[in-house]
Design a protein around this ligand. Structure first.
Ligand code: G
Ligand code: G
Ligand code: MN
Ligand code: NA
Length: 254
């Protein structure tokens, strides 16, 4: 309960921070975008990782205002970096189940884009495979509405839920993100290697880009490059970092 009350007040008290983790083109090694990942900094307690409060935020519905704040902050930050003259990057924001089910999601997203001035093509929304497949007819409809705004869409944690390939093919998405549980075992587990390479082939045949998350070793990177994965994200290239640190990374590159 203490954590729930704290969570309720955290937005007003400005305790959330958005960290950014680079996404890299596997062939060029260049940063092409970043994932926005929220952090909660409680005074006198320190950083609470999202795994410890996102589920509670989801249960209480607080994820809706928190998620909208993350979306607005990430879009505003991305626009500020573009205005500062850095090469344009695409920012990816996670949508929770509750957010995805919101009746006014399209209005919320278009209002945020309007208010921040970010062009829709520089925003990507990630929804997990399990959320996408939960009510797949609704997902098809909602994803079309978002796509029609000019936003990019990605399926997150791919391979961990139950996918109907029939639906997957009908979703107007541009990317699949291979879950890190498969990537982690590249080099040690042949079954997970097979899953990773099969997801890449699946993505290619559906004309989707494939992103590998959780890339930590050169061996995993080489494997993914050999199998023509498009993008990667992981500690090998960079951990999620606060905005000042991320800006240093893009400054060094440009
Ligand atoms: O950021 P990691 O660094 O620990 O994130 C842990 C989990 O929390 C991930 O599954 C991630 O998708 C989720 N997460 C992080 N930030 C957000 C957010 O802004 N919104 C939602 N819905 N989930 C998030
Ligand atoms: O939204 P999603 O579940 O994809 O969130 C990404 C999660 O993966 C975040 O918790 C992020 O901190 C974590 N992450 C990103 N790169 C790595 C990595 O290389 N190794 C591990 N173990 N976790 C990572
Ligand atoms: Mn994600
Ligand atoms: Na994921």
């Amino acid at each position: 309960l203490a954590i729930e009350n704290g969570l309720r007040r955290a937005l007003d008290r400005n305790e959330f921070v958005v960290y950014y983790q680079p996404k890299v083109n596997i062939n060029t090694g260049k940063i092409i975008g970043m994932e926005a990942l929220v952090r909660w900094e409680v005074p006198e307690r320190g950083l609470i990782p999202p795994g410890d409060f996102i589920p509670l935020a989801e249960d209480t519905g607080l994820i809706v205002p928190i998620g909208e704040w993350v979306l607005r902050t990430a879009c505003a930050q991305n626009k500020a970096w573009q205005d500062a003259g850095y090469p344009p990057l695409r920012v990816a924001v996670n949508l929770s189940a509750r957010q995805f089910q919101l009746q006014n999601l399209v209005e919320v997203v278009s209002r945020v884009l309007e208010e921040t001035g970010l062009e829709p093509c520089w925003l990507e929304l990630e929804i997990t495979e399990s959320v996408a497949m939960q009510n797949a007819e609704y997902t098809v409809k909602m994803l079309y509405e978002l796509k029609d705004m000019g936003i990019q869409l990605a399926i997150d944690d791919f391979g961990t839920g139950y996918s109907s390939l029939n639906y997957l093919k009908r979703f107007p998405i541009s990317k699949l993100k291979i879950d890190k549980s498969f990537v982690r075992e590249i080099g040690t587990d042949q079954d997970n290697e097979a899953i990773a390479s099969t997801v890449i082939v699946l993505g290619q045949s559906l004309k989707l880009g494939v992103v590998a998350e959780g890339v930590e070793t050169e061996e995993q990177y080489d494997f993914l490059k050999q199998h023509q994965c498009d993008e990667m994200q992981g500690y090998l290239f960079g951990k999620p970092v606060p905005p000042e640190k991320f800006e240093e990374m893009i400054r060094r590159e440009s």
